[in-house]
Design a protein around this ligand. Structure first.
Ligand code: FA5
Length: 361
C-alpha cells in the first residue's frame, strides 16, 4: 500500500471508529471495540504490524502516521467511556431524586389470628389466672393413652363413640385431648391444675358442626374435696369470660367411661339465639363442654391415689366455642383456608352472622 493509500485507510478507520462509538451505549461494548480496533487482528493493529514492510526511508513517516492514528482512536474510546459514565451518574441521581420516602406504600393484604387460635389464647389466659398450667400432648397416640388408661379397654362399646383413624404402625390419631390427663398426672402428680389445648381427629361424616379435624381443650383439676359445683362454677366463669356476654347454659347427665358422674354442659346456640338452625341441628343447644369427676381407675392409671385425691376433668369443644363466639355457621369454614375467614370473621357475610359481638385480637 503506498503512503497516500495508507492515509486514506487511516481516515476511513477513524471515521468508522467514531461512528461505531456513537452507537455504543455501554462501557463493556466500548471496551470490546478497543480490542477489535487496536488488537493485532484489528484494522488499525494490522496497519501497525505492516510498518516493517515499508522501505527503510519511508518507515519513520508511516510509523508516525499509524501511531498518531492509534493515539486518536484510543482518546476517542476513552472520551466515549467518560461520556457513558457521566450519563449513568446523572440517571442514578435522577432516580434518587424522584424517590419520595414519605409517599404511602403499596398496601399488602394482612393475615390475622385464626379464630380458633384467638379463642385458645383467651382460654389459656383465663386458666393461667386460675393457677392452671398449659400442657401439650402428641397428636399421634397409643391405644393405651387414648383409650385403655382412660378406662376404655379393648372391645368396650364406648370406643364406638369416637370413630378412630388407626395408623399402620398400630398407633392412632388421638380422638380427644383426654390422653393428656394421664400424661400430666404421671408427670406432675397431685395436686394438679392443667389444661391441654390441641387438635383431635375423628373419622366422622362432616357437617355444619362436625369436622374430622377439630380442636378441644382438656382441663384437669385434682385436689382434696373437689366436687361437681366447682366444675360448674369454673365452666360458667370460663364461658362468660370467652363469650364476653351472658350465655344460657344447660347441664345434663352424660356418659364417659373416664368420669363418674359425667355431665354435658351445652350452650344455647348463638347463631339462631336458640330457635333452631342447621348448626345446632335444630335443637337450640350446642354441646360445648362434656365433663365429670375423674374416675378412680383413671387416677390410678395416672399414679394418683383415689383414696386421697378427687378431681374434675372436662373436654371443651374449642372449635365449636370459636364458632359460637364469632357467629360462624359452618365449621367447615375454619379448615378451609379461606383467607377472608382467617383475616376477619366478620367479613364472611353469609357464612358469619354479623350481629354477634366480635372481639378482634
Ligand atoms: C370427649 O371427647 C371427651 N374426651 C370429653 C371429656 C373430657 C369428657 C373429660 C369428660 C371428661 P366428646 O366426644 O363429646 O367428648 O367431645 C367433646 C367436645 O368436642 C364436644 O362437646 C364437641 O364440642 C367437640 N367435638 C366432638 N366431636 C367433634 C367434631 N367432629 N367436630 C367438632 N367438634 C367436635
Amino acid at each position: 500500500m503506498d503512503i497516500q493509500e495508507l492515509h486514506r485507510r487511516i481516515a476511513t478507520i477513524e471515521a468508522d471508529v467514531s461512528a461505531a462509538l456513537r452507537g455504543l451505549a455501554t462501557a463493556d461494548a466500548v471496551r470490546g471495540l478497543d480490542g477489535v480496533m487496536l488488537g493485532k487482528a484489528g484494522s488499525l493493529g494490522s496497519l501497525i504490524a505492516s510498518v516493517k514492510e515499508y522501505p527503510p526511508e519511508q518507515r519513520g513517516q508511516v510509523g508516525q502516521a499509524v501511531n498518531s492514528a492509534k493515539q486518536r482512536v484510543k482518546e476517542a474510546i476513552e472520551q466515549r467511556l467518560r461520556e457513558l459514565q457521566t450519563a449513568d451518574l446523572k440517571s442514578e441521581a435522577a432516580r434518587a431524586a424522584s424517590f419520595d420516602p414519605t409517599l404511602p406504600g403499596t398496601p399488602q393484604p394482612m393475615g390475622g389470628v385464626h379464630p380458633v387460635t384467638a379463642v385458645q389464647w383467651e382460654i389459656e389466659r383465663c386458666f393461667e389466672r386460675l393457677g392452671f398450667t398449659v400442657e401439650a400432648g402428641p397428636e399421634m397416640e397409643t391405644d393405651y393413652f387414648n383409650f385403655e388408661a382412660l378406662n376404655i379397654p379393648a372391645a368396650h362399646p364406648a370406643r364406638d363413640m369416637q370413630d378412630t383413624f388407626w395408623l399402620n404402625n398400630g398407633m392412632l390419631l388421638r380422638t380427644q385431648t383426654s390422653p393428656v390427663q394421664i400424661r400430666a398426672m404421671k408427670k406432675f402428680g397431685a395436686p394438679l391444675r392443667v389444661i391441654a389445648p390441641g387438635r383431635c381427629f375423628r373419622y366422622e361424616t362432616v357437617d355444619a358442626s362436625h369436622e374430622n379435624t377439630f380442636h378441644q381443650v382438656e382441663g384437669l383439676m385434682i385436689d382434696r374435696e373437689i366436687s361437681i359445683p366447682n366444675l360448674i362454677g369454673m365452666a360458667e366463669t370460663l364461658l362468660r369470660e370467652v363469650m364476653k356476654r351472658e350465655v344460657k347454659l344447660r347441664v345434663r347427665p352424660g356418659y364417659f367411661p373416664f368420669v363418674e358422674p359425667g355431665i354435658e354442659i351445652d350452650m344455647n346456640c348463638q347463631i339462631c339465639g336458640g330457635n333452631g338452625c342447621p348448626t345446632c341441628k335444630h335443637s337450640g343447644w350446642l354441646e360445648i363442654l362434656p365433663a365429670g369427676m375423674v374416675h378412680p381407675n383413671v387416677l390410678r392409671a395416672g399414679g394418683v391415689d383415689p383414696e386421697e385425691w378427687t378431681g374434675f376433668a372436662f373436654g371443651l369443644g374449642l372449635t365449636r366455642l370459636a364458632m359460637m363466639k364469632y357467629g360462624i355457621r359452618d365449621i367447615r369454614v375454619l379448615n378451609s383456608g379461606d383467607i377472608r375467614a382467617l383475616t376477619s370473621p366478620r367479613r364472611l357475610g353469609s357464612v358469619f352472622v354479623t350481629d354477634v359481638e366480635h372481639n378482634d385480637r
